[in-house]
Design a protein around this ligand. Structure first.
Ligand SMILES: Nc1ncnc2c1ncn2[C@@H]1O[C@H](COP(=O)(O)OP(=O)(O)O)[C@@H](O)[C@H]1O
Ligand SMILES: [Mg+2]
Length: 424
């Protein structure tokens, strides 16, 4: 009789998805906003990645629109080389994304351990990521934050794009808000003359260069040096470039790093840019027709015996987290919420891929995103340490028809925090 109180409450799998449906396992990542850990669905036993974002912190960092936008865009997309959303839900403290689990780790992790990656491995990733970028652009979405930290490998070594925190729908009208991680930003973002989805191809070019040569093509000790370098410096190759990369590989990278978006590889309209890229001799070894089926064997298979994650995330969680994640029942009374908390409550809606069709919120959410996440500076080393002081959030963003100013000390404070975490 007395033991009844200790029995766990049975989980209602027919009800709305919640943290009670999952067993919480180890922490594998940390980003600007959230932590990521492995979880197992208690009924299907499937493993996923759980990305969770503290709501109070999210309000403080004025990132509510970004989190809602990320949630909406993720519902919209489903692609073999994107880390797809499977469930979304919230409780009183956190917003949760349940995503495809990538056990191979992120490319920043591998780059730091290996120094650089062989050209054929990078070529394989560039092919897979091009397919994902083209899919996004065809869906009217630009990612805006393509960098090694946001490229994840599954256990068979296939590359996937993740982190839609500053992704947006684009239309004819060009954007001017500075958003992204500076070292990977296309020149047209920095010169503020307006940009569109072409910027993603540039970022992919920066990634390919960095992965092969273990340094970035454009560098600067300060943000203005870096801006100058990205906008003006001629593209230079390391002295031993030819030992690491074929001429064809360099031509593709050079084509992606063309400052003129109308000439940049990948950018010709109606998918022609992507088709041209596919036909490039560098990709002769890639069978594009079967690429998306993931039948091709990756030239780099992450070691299944090793954890491909920074162990400090798990340690930090065990030693430093004073409020460890736990499934909790929701409070019945949600009356006294602040406007931002209410917005999250209402707009970070539940999603369950087994029960619901994916859908697009566009164009209704066109203006939802703020560039409050305009992120980090990219300084010369592969691990920049100095926070950016050169972040320029969009002047006004509209949320539900209301304009929100993103200026002043809070924004600076927030940007500092984001910058520091971005490069861990
Ligand atoms: N689906 C996933 N599987 C495995 N690790 C992940 C997954 N999603 C994120 N991570 C890890 O967590 C880190 C932060 O996740 P990310 O979505 O980029 O968050 P943020 O928006 O805070 O940068 C990633 O760089 C990666 O190392
Ligand atoms: Mg990230």
């Amino acid at each position: 009789m007395g033991a009844a109180c200790c029995r766990p409450t049975p989980v209602d799998f027919d009800g709305e998805v919640s943290l009670f449906h999952f067993v919480l396992l180890r922490c594998v990542g940390k980003g600007a906003f959230g932590k990521v850990r492995v979880v197992q669905h208690k009924q299907t036993r499937d493993l996923y990645a759980l990305k969770y974002i503290n709501k109070t912190k999210c309000v403080k960092m004025k990132a509510v629109p970004n989190v809602i936008q990320e949630r909406r865009l993720l519902e919209e997309v489903d692609h073999p080389f994107i880390v797809n959303l499977r469930y979304a839900f919230q409780d009183d403290e956190n917003c949760f994304f349940v995503l495809d689990l990538m056990l191979g780790g992120d490319l920043r992790f591998h780059l730091e351990r290996l120094g650089s990656l062989p050209e054929d491995v990078v070529k394989f990733y560039v092919a897979q990521l091009s397919s994902a970028v083209e899919f996004l652009h065809q869906s009217g979405i630009m990612h805006r934050d393509i960098k090694p930290d946001n490229i994840l490998l599954d256990e068979r070594g296939n590359a996937h794009l993740t982190d839609f925190n500053i992704a947006v729908h684009f239309s004819e009208r060009k954007l001017t808000g500075v958003a992204g991680s500076m070292a990977y930003m296309a020149p047209e973002i920095l010169t503020k003359r307006g940009y569109t989805c072409h910027i993603d191809w540039w970022s992919l070019g920066v990634c390919a260069y960095e992965l092969i040569f273990s340094r970035r093509p454009f560098r600067g000790r300060t943000n203005s040096d870096l801006t100058y370098s990205i906008s003006k410096d001629p593209l230079k190759w390391p002295e031993d470039a030819e030992k690491k990369c074929t001429r064809a590989g360099m031509l593709v990278i050079k084509g992606l790093l063309d400052r003129d978006p109308s000439r940049r590889f990948g950018c010709k309209p109606d998918g022609e840019g992507y088709q041209e890229l596919r036909r490039h001799p560098w990709f002769k070894s890639i069978d594009w027709d079967t690429l998306e089926t993931k039948q091709q064997v990756s030239p780099f298979i992450p070691d299944p015996k090793k954890a491909n994650f920074d162990a400090s995330h798990e340690l930090e969680e065990l030693l430093l987290e004073d409020n460890p994640l736990k499934a909790k029942q929701r409070k019945a009374n949600q009356d006294n919420l602040s406007a931002e908390m209410r917005q999250m409550e209402e707009q970070f809606t539940s999603y369950d891929f087994k029960k619901m069709q994916r859908r697009s919120y566009y164009p209704h959410n066109q203006q939802l995103i703020s560039t409050a996440t305009a992120t980090s500076s990219g300084l010369a080393s592969s691990r920049p340490e100095t926070p950016a002081n050169d972040l320029r959030p969009e002047h006004g963003v509209t949320i539900n028809g209301e304009s929100m100013e993103l200026q002043g000390p809070e924004v600076e404070e927030m940007n500092k925090e984001i910058t520091e975490k971005e490069y861990r």
